[in-house]
Structures are given as structure tokens and as C-alpha cells.
Design a protein around this ligand. Structure first.
Ligand code: R5P
Length: 270
């Protein structure tokens, strides 16, 4: 973007409170870049940083959070639970002039505007993933683990000039997922794409289903590499040749860079 980069200093007190310090005076437009995996302390940090920037003179403070947490708790699944998605969207929306994120979990809502009380932009990872898939060679099948991923999987496949398929998924428990793909197009190689791998059970089930349907090489691409303990091992044991992720969450599997997509989404200074 050809703009100035300034670090934000984060000091942690012995009682685990946080002190934020930004450069002063701040520019009129400030953009905080912070992915919010391992979320609880980072959420507080970005809120404090937004306040510090405004007090130092910024008239507009935007947030680029490539991964926004709590988006999957988008309804009360069992009595007594909160709708965490709305809580987090409301706090961020009230403190930032705009929020940019990538492939947020939008299964029960169609757009971020339904829950964020500010301009909220969902940047698609499809172009970056499609170009990675294209590099795997002709004849690669793009597979999504569930019907909810259809639109996204189709967009990746179209841009990669590949065929695609989505499975039917049933989750029976945190780490117990069953996936069934109907008739598969003939392919030697498949790439399973998903927005997030947490327990790894979804990705592992998709890989097993494709392999038992006769696809020899199956690779895994996730946008957000959350990977709970044991997840990567489970995915590799299911037979993944390779597991890669976008660099929305820092992780050794990061292989697909997305900074350019965010730079394009952030309009130049007004
Ligand atoms: C679900 O709808 C999401 O798209 C992911 O498939 C899911 O959150 C992955 O979770 P896990 O790795 O725990 O199966």
C-alpha cells in the first residue's frame, strides 16, 4: 500500500493487565493489523489500541483482523449459551470505523452487515487458494467438506479451472465427523479446502472419504490454521499428502500469502 508502518507497544503488567502505547501524534487514518486467534487477550489489546490512536489524533481507526474469533457460535446451540458472534461483532463494530477480515464463518447469516454495526468487509481467500490449486497441475479436483462450502468451493474451482465436489457432513461430536461424497468426477488428485481446521476432524473425515473413493493423492488447504492439539496429526494420519494454510493465523503450515488481497480491499487514503 506504500504507507508507513508503526509498531504498537504492548506491555503486560504482573497482574496480566495490558498497557498499550502508540506513536503520538497518530495519523488521521490508522489501520491496526492483528489476527485474533488465541483471542481473549488480543481482543482487549486491539480495543485499547483503537482508543489510544483516537486520543493521539486519529480520526479514523480501521481493523484488519484476518481471523475473527467466535464467529461459529452464531446461535444458541444449547440453553444457557450466548450468541458469541453478535457479542464480538458488536464490540468490534462500535470501536472501529471499518473491519476487514477473511472468510469469516457465515453459515446462519449471509453478510457481516447483519451483525457488525460498522462497515465490515469479508475478503475472499478464493483467488489466493485458486492460484495454489492451479499450481498442483491439471486434473485436480477441489473438494469441500459440506454443502455450506458450495459457493466458496465453486469460486475456487472456477478460478483454478478445476472440477469440484462437496460432501454431506454429519457431526456426531467434537472429534467425530462423518462425510460422504456422492459420485466423484474421475481424478487422481484432490485438494480439500475448508475455512478453518480446529479439531481437524472435518478435514480428516473428508480426506478419508476421498481416499476410500479411490483418489490417490489428497492435499488439504485451510484458510485459518487454528489446529487444536492433535489436529495436524489426525489430518496427516487420514492420509493428507500435504497440509497448507493461508497466513491469516501464523502457523508452520502457512504457504498461501493473503496480504495482497487485504491491501487491495483497503482503499487508498481518502
Ligand atoms: C464448519 O462448518 C467449518 O467450516 C469447519 O469445517 C469446521 O469448523 C472445522 O472444525 P473441526 O476442525 O473441529 O472439524
Amino acid at each position: 500500500m506504500h504507507v508507513r508502518v508503526a509498531p504498537i507497544r504492548v506491555h503486560r503488567f504482573p497482574d496480566r493487565e495490558t498497557l498499550i502505547r502508540v506513536g503520538s501524534p497518530a495519523p488521521a487514518r490508522a489501520v491496526i493489523v492483528r489476527s485474533l486467534d488465541d483471542p481473549n487477550s488480543k481482543l482487549v489489546e486491539v480495543l485499547l489500541a483503537a482508543d489510544a490512536l483516537r486520543r493521539a489524533g486519529a480520526s479514523s481507526v480501521e481493523l484488519v483482523a484476518p481471523y475473527i474469533p467466535y464467529m461459529r457460535q452464531d446461535k444458541v446451540f444449547a440453553p444457557g449459551e450466548p450468541v458469541s458472534q453478535r457479542v464480538i461483532a458488536s464490540i468490534l463494530g462500535r470501536n472501529f470505523d471499518a473491519v476487514f477480515t477473511m472468510e469469516p464463518h457465515l453459515h446462519r447469516i449471509r453478510s457481516l452487515a447483519e451483525v457488525f454495526p460498522t462497515r465490515a468487509v469479508s475478503v475472499s481467500a478464493a483467488p489466493a487458494i485458486a492460484s495454489w490449486v492451479k499450481g498442483r497441475g491439471a486434473g485436480t479436483l477441489v473438494a469441500g467438506p459440506d454443502e455450506e462450502s458450495t459457493r466458496w468451493v465453486k469460486a475456487i474451482a472456477r478460478q483454478a479451472e478445476a472440477s469440484w465436489v462437496v460432501g454431506k457432513k454429519r457431526r456426531l461430536g467434537d472429534r467425530d465427523v462423518r462425510i460422504h461424497f456422492g459420485t466423484l468426477p474421475a481424478a487422481m488428485r484432490a485438494v480439500v479446502v475448508d475455512d478453518i481446521a480446529s479439531s481437524g476432524a472435518t478435514m480428516a473425515a473428508a480426506i478419508r472419504a476421498l481416499r476410500s473413493a479411490g483418489i490417490k493423492q489428497v492435499e488439504a488447504v485451510v484458510v485459518h490454521a487454528i489446529f487444536a492439539p492433535g489436529a495436524l496429526t489426525m489430518i496427516r494420519r487420514a492420509g493428507a499428502r500435504r497440509v497448507v494454510s493461508c497466513d491469516t493465523v501464523a502457523h508452520p503450515t502457512n504457504a498461501i500469502r493473503v496480504a495482497g488481497l487485504f491491501a487491495a480491499a483497503l482503499k487508498p487514503t481518502r
